[in-house]
Design a protein around this ligand. Structure first.
Ligand code: 6GU
Length: 224
C-alpha cells in the first residue's frame, strides 16, 4: 500500500510512523508513507496556503490552488482508491471503514487546518471525509495518524501472531477480556485462578464471558 498525506505541518507526522509496528511495516515493504508539504506547492511570493473567507467571518480558509496542485500531480502518477479529507464533520471512523481501507492500493489523505478548506476542494477532489470522534482537534494531522495506524496494522503480514488483529476489541463487535502476566500475586492482588489452571477450554470460555460482560457494561451499543 502507498499512502500520501497532504499537510501544512509535516513535522506533526514524523514520529507517529517512526517506531514499532508502523516503522516495521515500512521497513518490510508493506507500506510506503509519503508526507507532502502543501506550502511547497504555493505559487505566490509569501508561500501562503490560506486566505480570508468570502462573506467575512473569523478564521482563515485553506486555498484551493496549492492543494489542487499536489492532488493533480499525485493523481497523474497513479490511481487512488480514496482521496480522504480529515474533518470533524466527516463520517465517524469505525472498524468497518478501517477494514475496507486496508484493502486499498493507494490512499491520499488531506489534513485540514484553520477554518477548513475551500469547499471546492471537497466537492471536486475528495471521495471520503473522515472524523475520528466528536471533539475538535486543531488540525487533521493527529487524526490522519490515527487512521493510518489503524489501517496499516490490518495489512496482511504487518502483524505477527503475537499482535494478531483477529482478537482485537471491535473486530468481532466485542471488547477484549482482561489480561494478566506474572507475578501471580502482587500485594494481595491475585490473577484469576482459572488462568493458572492450564485448562484451555475453560480459559477460552472464561475469556468469552468476560468479553461479553465488559461489552455489556461499557459499550452496550456494540451488542445491538
Ligand atoms: Cl479528522 N479533524 C479535526 N480537526 N478535528 C477532529 C477530527 C478531524 N476528528 C475529530 N475531531
Amino acid at each position: 500500500m502507498r499512502i500520501d498525506i497532504l499537510t501544512v505541518l509535516p513535522q506533526l507526522l514524523e514520529s507517529p510512523f517512526s517506531a514499532s509496528i508502523m516503522q516495521r511495516a515500512q521497513d518490510k515493504g508493506h507500506v510506503e508513507i509519503h508526507v507532502h508539504n502543501i506550502r511547497d506547492y504555493s505559487t505566490n511570493k509569501h508561500k501562503n496556503v490560506d486566505d480570508y473567507q468570502y462573506g467575512g467571518g473569523a478564521g482563515m480558509v485553506m486555498s484551493i490552488e496549492p492543494i489542487a496542485a499536489v492532488i493533480e500531480k499525485l493523481k497523474s502518477e497513479r490511481n487512488y482508491d480514496e482521496i480522504i479529507y480529515m474533518t470533524p464533520d466527516g463520517e465517524l471512523f469505525e472498524q468497518a471503514a478501517c477494514n475496507q481501507l486496508s484493502l486499498s492500493e493507494n490512499l491520499m489523505i488531506l489534513c485540514g487546518h484553520y477554518k477548513g478548506v475551500d469547499e471546492r476542494v471537497r466537492t471536486h477532489y475528495i471521495t471520503k471525509e473522515i472524523s475520528i470522534g466528536s471533539y475538535v482537534l486543531s488540525g487533521g494531522e493527529l487524526a490522519a495518524a490515527v487512521v493510518v495506524d489503524a489501517v496499516v496494522r490490518l495489512i496482511p503480514g504487518v502483524l505477527n501472531d503475537e499482535t494478531s488483529a483477529l482478537t482485537d476489541s471491535f473486530q468481532d463487535n466485542l471488547l477484549s477480556p482482561p489480561v494478566y502476566t506474572r507475578p501471580p500475586e502482587f500485594n494481595g492482588l491475585k490473577v484469576p485462578e482459572i488462568l493458572l489452571s492450564g485448562d484451555f477450554a475453560k480459559i477460552e470460555a472464561w475469556r468469552e464471558e468476560e468479553a461479553m460482560k465488559r461489552t455489556q457494561e461499557r459499550r452496550p451499543d456494540l451488542l445491538k
